[in-house]
Design a protein around this ligand. Sequence first.
Ligand SMILES: [Zn+2]
Length: 189
Amino acid sequence: MRSEAVIDAFRAAGALLEGHFLLSSGLHSSNYLQCALVLQDPVRAEEFGRAIAERFQDQGIELVASPAIGGLIIGHEVARALGAKFLWTERSNGQMTLRRGFTIRPNERTLVVEDVMTTGGSTRETIETLQAAGANVVAAASIIDRSSGAADVGVPRIALAELNVPSVESRDCEACARGELAVKPGSRV
Ligand SMILES: [Zn+2]
């Protein structure tokens, strides 16, 4: 699947928002990708899932894992396409945890899947949580990379597309300098 086709799908779904946003990474940006608006179309979700899965077809992936909530739909689709199991991690008191009775076999070959990677922070936390439970995390993937390739999650990773719009600390943010209030996406859109 071509990178332009992925970004076009976001645009067509009204999921590429423009404004002044506070991202979940804590950074500010003039763009926000509201993945849920694209993934509400199951056909599209399946297509993205297959496109990610194709990149890992020969790697013996047994388990796909995603951080909740953002990674749930795409991770599940990737697992379906790979014939792998799917589970998720979630935050409890700020700490990424494995709950709901999920267990991991020792050295289970695991792919971590996110919707959007900005700093790689939640993917790194997910990887650490899975490793602590015994997983062999072999790679990570996301639909979108908005780190300009810079996010280092400690394992090889791929993305279906890059969105090269800067995300910056509030002290470096032009919109903040103009006195505009940053919006946390999801609360008003
Ligand atoms: Zn700002």
